[in-house]
Design a protein around this ligand. Structure first.
Ligand code: PRP
Length: 183
């Protein structure tokens, strides 16, 4: 039985992330031109990105959070998405900016956008810190993307592996010993 290991390889350090979040915020500020926006952060992974992005936004903001869970989902196939925590404020007549840490299969964003569309928001946009378009199972397109990456397991800046590594200030690719074994 080989000794287990987890190896982290830095992809984006804190300074690169900060610079990219500033650029995203400039785009978003220009788009809304001072109009009020409701930021909807998707827990847990987006909590750090959401906090950093909001502090760069200049329009009047409200914030709320959702938490989603998928059922009957394997690592390679989708499943049914449900709220485990819904938004607690009305969205009618408001601009909504969903703030997500990563879009992978797209199932979470597809579900959330459809749910929010039923609540008479004026507009619904998506800011995703990381996009993995090669993994898509349903068509979802973010309006603002921090980093577009190929497949690979990433952690840090809110993203976890088995609830670990969320606190890391950078984004890392995680290799497990099962990768080395080709499993
Ligand atoms: C991750 C991530 C997104 C979702 C993206 O959440 O934060 O919300 O998966 O995947 P999808 O595009 O394939 O739907 P996760 O369920 O790992 O929960 P967490 O944010 O609490 O870690």
């Amino acid at each position: 039985m080989p000794e287990s290991f987890e190896r982290l390889t830095l992809l984006y350090d804190a300074a690169s992330i900060d610079a990219r979040v500033r650029e995203m915020a400039e785009q978003i500020n220009a788009r809304y031109a001072g109009e009020p926006v409701v930021v909807v952060g998707v827990l847990k992974g987006a909590f750090i990105f959401c906090a950093d992005l909001m502090r760069r936004l200049t329009m009047p903001l409200e914030v709320d959070f959702v938490r989603l869970a998928s059922y009957g989902r394997s690592s390679t196939s989708g499943g049914e998405i449900k709220f485990t925590k819904d938004i607690e404020m009305p969205l009618a007549g408001k601009h909504v900016l969903i703030v997500e840490d990563i879009i992978d299969t797209g199932l979470s964003m597809d579900f959330l956008c459809k749910q929010l569309a039923d609540r008479q928001a004026v507009s619904v946009s998506i800011a995703a810190f990381v996009d993995k378009p090669s993994r898509r199972e349903v068509p979802v397109k973010a309006d603002y993307v921090g980093f577009c990456i190929a497949d690979g397991f990433i952690v840090g800046y809110g993203l976890d592996y088995a609830e670990r590594y969320r606190e890391l200030p950078g984004i890392y690719e995680l290799a497990l010993n099962s990768d080395a074994a080709g499993l």
